[in-house]
Design a protein around this ligand. Structure first.
Ligand SMILES: NC(=O)c1ccc[n+]([C@@H]2O[C@H](COP(=O)([O-])OP(=O)(O)OC[C@H]3O[C@@H](n4cnc5c(N)ncnc54)[C@H](O)[C@@H]3O)[C@@H](O)[C@H]2O)c1
Ligand SMILES: [Zn+2]
Length: 653
């Protein structure tokens, strides 16, 4: 590995793991090669702490990057076309042969004309000054008398404008001081440190942050927050619903009540501190601004608050503060941690800034620029905040998700953007499904849940667990089922009973629990029973299966009637024979089928395929597609129906 790259990774990880220095995917670092001709720089959207030899960086030609700032034709362009032209130019300056889905940092051009090692961060301690009304003067006092005083950089739109401004200021600085600055304070943003070695850069970062932190006052322990579980769950539902009504989007909601949140909420002026709009580009881009303040017991004010915020900023808040209860963050499982980091850092900055005249927010024009900035869309996409799958943000529970159709259906829902609870009596198989999904759809969120669907208590606990974890339930797919292969005269009562327990009682218990949550949420929902073509047309040696699979279809019809007024749809999918990955189609079952038709076991699958109109095997994906469709907005007027992915074997009348 190139020595400069090794240094870059070391520096990036050292600062990246400290959330008081850098939050989420923010901050960036670069190291130039010895000859100064090339520059390794953090890739956009990835977190500093995640940088490794194989990812999270790009290498650019320094000369080619510097040429961007001198290009006449860029100056006259509007922001949109200009920023995308700049990014094209940055990408063509890359000489590392890597794919362009990793883009170099949007601040690459300003790194190009700074020292050999550049570290740009958003430390909370620095934010308390650069985001404060009197911050500039306070910094001048703190750092006064230095031979090379820090350079103050008034706010400029990130990207090209910021780079142009910094270059001009550095030239003026060099004329005055004979050399460039080692520390740059960026108004409403953060700090840049420039040095000739990574060690010096890191030391300068620490020194600067320590000076800004000043003498640390002993922190008084906060009174712990202790809201009842029901209140927290109710607020999560309220936030989900308001978010849905305001934006048409479904999100997961998590609750945080740690020390730092408790301490902030313990302040008398907490509400006032969160009233100024976003302080920094990152706070606006990642968190949609500061948390929305929600008085306790006033969950019905959330919608009005979100609507006001959308009117003002064109985007909703992603977080909510409730006195004595805590911080709630909305989003996807992946984005929530990141948003929480950005939000809690901003809370600390707001407290810090109050010692220097109070916080100074981005103005409307500055926020509009970020909102329209193409780079921001890209960063959010990389950070897992974007996504446009048709089930984006929907919370789905799939039973029998550890095997066969349940697994395929879960994978299909994940591809469509849903967050998944993988329920199975065999939790290790559900964990394997989570791993399969993680590989296929890395941005997806899927968690295994141990649950025997025949146990009322376990079903209640599983559904409540999903509500506690993500804030609600939008989709239920019942797929945990068995098929005891016996002729009528040989069917043991025990087997009959077991099929009834799993295929009927299990479907009922799950639907009852999920429907109760869906009704309380008031956002509609979708229930899909995985039946079988045997539920439409009886098959031989399948007494318990025929009965239960027909029962599932009929239960769904009744649910459709009852739940329709709540916007909850209930449908069935009756697949033909799916051999792949199913435990039902085990060698014994295949032998039983061979006996049934008087053929050899190896002829069983071709025999079944030959019975279809399309003469086509059915895969798990075919069934998953049918389920995704039924859960989607495209099926908005379909309820109480049965969809039959079976290559044309049984026709529904
Ligand atoms: N495979 C097919 O050809 C086919 C065709 C039509 C319909 N179906 C239906 O699809 C569903 C899944 O079938 P498959 O072939 O994928 O089966 P499978 O046996 O491969 O998977 C069933 C899963 O359900 C789980 N399960 C069993 N009992 C459970 C319980 N009490 N609680 C929770 N989980 C339990 C199992 O652990 C397993 O992971 C069934 O309802 C079946 O009737 C399958
Ligand atoms: Zn920054």
């Amino acid at each position: 590995m190139d020595a400069a790259l090794r240094q870059l990774i070391r520096v990036s990880r050292a600062v990246g793991k400290d959330t008081s220095l850098v939050q989420g995917g923010g901050g960036n670092t670069s190291v130039k090669t010895r000859d100064g001709r090339r520059m390794y720089i953090k890739a956009s959207g990835t977190a500093l702490k995640d940088m490794a030899e194989g990812r999270g960086w790009r290498r650019l030609g320094v000369k080619s990057v510097l040429a961007i700032l001198d290009e006449e034709s860029l100056r006259g362009l509007d922001e949109g076309p200009r920023e995308s032209r700049v990014m094209d130019r940055l990408l063509t300056s890359c000489d590392d042969g890597l794919a362009d889905d990793a883009r170099p940092s949007v601040e690459s051009h300003l790194h190009a004309f700074l020292g050999r090692c550049v570290v740009h961060l958003h430390p909370v301690a620095v934010g308390s000054y650069v985001c404060a009304k009197n911050g500039r003067a306070a910094l001048a006092r703190l750092f006064g008398g230095r031979e090379r005083p820090p350079l103050w950089v008034p706010y400029a739109d990130p990207g090209y404008r910021l780079a142009v401004r910094i270059r001009r200021l550095i030239r003026e600085y060099a004329e005055r001081h004979g050399t460039g600055p080692s520390v740059l304070f960026l108004e409403k943003h953060g700090v840049i440190v420039s040095a000739d070695t990574p060690e010096r850069a890191l030391a300068e970062v620490r020194r600067t942050v320590a000076i800004c932190e000043g003498k640390s006052r002993p922190v008084r322990p906060a009174r712990a927050l202790s809201a009842r579980r029901e209140e927290v769950a109710g607020l999560k539902l309220g936030i989900r619903r308001a978010y849905f009504e305001a934006t048409g989007k479904r999100v997961a909601v998590k609750h945080f009540a740690g020390e730092e949140v408790a301490r902030f909420l313990g302040r008398r002026n907490a509400r006032r501190l969160v009233s100024p709009a976003a302080l920094t580009p990152d706070e606006f881009a990642y968190a949609g601004g500061p948390p929305l303040w929600v008085e306790r017991g006033a969950a019905d004010s959330i919608l009005a608050g979100l609507r006001r915020r959308m009117k003002r900023d064109g985007r909703p808040a992603m977080s909510f503060l409730v006195p004595r209860v805590g911080l709630f963050v909305a989003g996807s499982e992946n984005s929530i941690e990141l948003v929480k980091e950005v939000v809690t850092a901003s809370l600390a900055v707001r407290v810090g800034a109050s010692a220097h005249g109070g916080a100074m927010a981005l103005n409307r024009r500055q926020r509009d620029f970020i909102a329209n900035w193409e780079m921001e869309g890209f960063r959010k996409q990389v950070a897992g905040l974007g996504g446009d799958g048709e089930l984006m943000g929907q919370i789905a529970v799939v039973t029998g998700a550890g095997s066969g159709l349940g697994r395929s259906i879960a994978a299909g829902l994940a591809r469509a953007g849903a967050t998944l609870a993988l329920a199975d009596i065999d939790v290790s198989s559900a964990e394997q499904t989570a791993a399969v999904i993680g590989k296929e759809t890395p941005a997806a969120c899927a968690a295994a849940v141990a649950c025997d669907v025949t146990s009322e208590e376990q079903v209640e606990r599983a559904v409540q667990g999903v509500v506690d974890r993500w804030g609600g339930v939008d989709i239920l797919v019942n797929a945990a089922g068995i098929a005891p292969p016996y002729s009528l005269v040989n069917l043991p009562l025990r087997q009959w009973q077991k099929a009834l327990d799993i295929n009927l009682t299990g479907y009922f218990l799950m639907a009852r629990s999920a429907a109760r949550v869906m009704i309380e949420q008031g956002m509609g929902g979708s229930i899909v029973n995985i039946s079988s073509k045997s539920g439409l047309e009886a098959s031989r040696e399948n007494t318990a299966y025929n009965a239960t699979k027909a029962g599932e279809i009929h239960m769904a019809r009744g649910w459709a009637l009852e739940l329709g007024e709540h916007g909850i749809r209930a449908n069935s999918v009756a697949p033909g024979n799916v051999f792949e990955g199913s435990q039902v189609w085990n060698p014994d079952y295949i032998k039983a089928c061979a006996r049934k038709y008087g053929i050899k076991p190896e002829e069983v699958i071709p025999h079944y395929v030959n019975m279809t109109a399309l003469k086509r095997r059915i895969g798990g994906r075919d069934v998953a597609d049918a389920v995704v469709f039924l859960c989607s907005e495209r099926a908005r007027t379909i309820t109480g129906q049965t969809l039959v992915p079976d290559s044309g074997q049984v026709m529904v009348r």
